[in-house]
Design a protein around this ligand. Sequence first.
Ligand code: FAD
Length: 245
Amino acid sequence: MGVVFLFDTKFKKALGNSLVLIESKFKEKAVINYGFLINCAGLYADVISHNFNLALNYKIIPFKGLYLVYNEKDNFFINKSIYPVPDLRFPFLGVHFTVSDNIKVGPTATLALYKENYNLFYRFNLKEFFEVLCTAEILFMKKGEYRKLFFNEFKKNIKLLLYKEASKLVKNIPSLDKFNWYLAGIRAQLIDLSLMELVDDFLIKDTKDSLHVLNAVSPAFTASFPFANYIIQNYIIPKIRKDIR
Ligand SMILES: Cc1cc2nc3c(=O)[nH]c(=O)nc-3n(C[C@H](O)[C@H](O)[C@H](O)COP(=O)(O)OP(=O)(O)OC[C@H]3O[C@@H](n4cnc5c(N)ncnc54)[C@H](O)[C@@H]3O)c2cc1C
């Protein structure tokens, strides 16, 4: 139907008049024109929306989610995912068990040092490092409950402490040596800078020809058709109708 996908291509900058600067993985730059732009760039959705002068009082802070994986492939000790009762003060699920082709325990929610801090210096970004530090410091100072949360989550970087947390949910959990560290994920956590609060609902901002999904939080939002429907019904169809009129 004439759709062109530009894979491995980065949004660099909004140039105004429905033009954006993009860059390929080979660093080739190009200017493209858009009819309607949808920004759903996860960790970088805030940077892109700021390009459109939107959501200037919001910033995304990265939180690293570490998992342990059970390394006995065919001797599962549980057969269903198990979740703790969530602490409603915070937008994190808490350490839980996920059962698929393996059993995962986690995730933690520790402050990452920069947005793509999957491991030590992978894609290190100095500007993001200072931004994270400054925002986290203000959050720490402002709210004792966040300070406590950050500290408690940080402790779970120690394998034994993460394991102990998980043991609260399952009595017959196998011994610690049966678990190994697994790949980390980074959660894009939106902060409301005017209230200095973690935002725990999804947030959408728009202009007449662009839409920005700033906080696509979970659980169960990932690939969620009702969420896509909500955006189409409430944001896209009304704009198309206006154009037709
Ligand atoms: C540890 C962890 C566990 C989770 N567990 C669950 C779970 O069990 N269930 C659940 O529903 N959700 C879970 N989530 C949350 C879920 O992963 C997110 O809600 C979901 O990925 C958000 O989707 P998204 O499309 O908005 O962003 P993303 O999946 O982050 O996609 C954003 C995309 O934008 C691209 N991008 C970024 N910047 C640019 C740019 N400048 N130009 C072009 N492209 C760009 C990125 O490369 C990426 O492909 C978990 C998250 C973490 C971190």
